[in-house]
Design a protein around this ligand. Structure first.
Ligand SMILES: C[S@@+](CC[C@H](N)C(=O)[O-])C[C@H]1O[C@@H](n2cnc3c(N)ncnc32)[C@H](O)[C@@H]1O
Length: 184
């Protein structure tokens, strides 16, 4: 049983390693990639975060213990900035965009470490650029999944800052978390 588990772990790690090295070596994009997550973080909301048809991106790699002793691992396939996504136009069928939503948080706070932080002066422009880039790499009729928490910036403020209108999404939530769907 233990042997079987160790073998499984070995092959999962090996295929993850191969995937990482294939995806963007010299601009080569592995066939069959349909989904791009541009703010992957720890990939907490996925049912399977190692799925073969997904490319994961984040601006940082992290492996550290947070102040509550929980381990934070951010280990995307590629490092990149959502304001300048390193893929050609019309590449993916689905793009997932879950940017940081805080503009005020101590740099060393648990929240900033876990979710990142927006620049207080340029957040609207940065998120808007992110939307334009996500739309650019989406194929026509592709779907953009966007997540926002309105603890510090309301959803209405956010929607006023971007040049796109969602197709659908939840209209209220006690936890202030919103999931929106856009289409190219
Ligand atoms: C709200 S968290 C994402 C959480 C993630 N969905 C999860 O399930 O763990 C936002 C992530 O965006 C990343 N990030 C911040 N600025 C970025 C940028 N300009 N480009 C790409 N990723 C960025 C942060 O490092 C952070 O991991």
């Amino acid at each position: 049983m233990l042997m079987k588990y160790k073998l499984q772990l070995f092959f999962t790690r090996k295929s993850k390693f191969i995937k990482k090295n294939l995806i963007f070596k010299g601009g080569y994009m592995e066939e069959g990639k349909r989904i791009l997550d541009v703010c992957f973080g720890s990939g907490m909301f996925y049912y399977d975060k190692d799925r073969e048809d997904m490319v994961t991106m984040d601006i940082r790699r992290v492996d550290e213990r947070l102040c509550d002793n929980r381990r934070l691992v951010i280990d995307p396939d590629i490092l990149g900035d959502f304001r300048n996504i390193p893929f050609p136009n019309n590449t993916f069928s689905m793009v997932v965009f879950d940017p940081p939503h805080l503009i005020q948080a101590g740099d060393n706070s648990w929240l900033a470490k876990k979710y990142g932080k927006l620049n207080a002066a340029s957040w609207a422009q940065d998120i808007s650029l992110g939307f334009e880039e996500c739309m650019r790499v989406l194929k026509p009729s592709g779907t953009l999944i966007f997540k926002w928490n309105e603890q510090q910036v309301t959803l209405n403020e956010l929607l006023r800052a971007i040049p796109y209108k969602p197709v659908l999404g939840n209209k209220n939530d006690r936890s202030k978390t919103f999931w929106l769907v856009f289409m190219k």
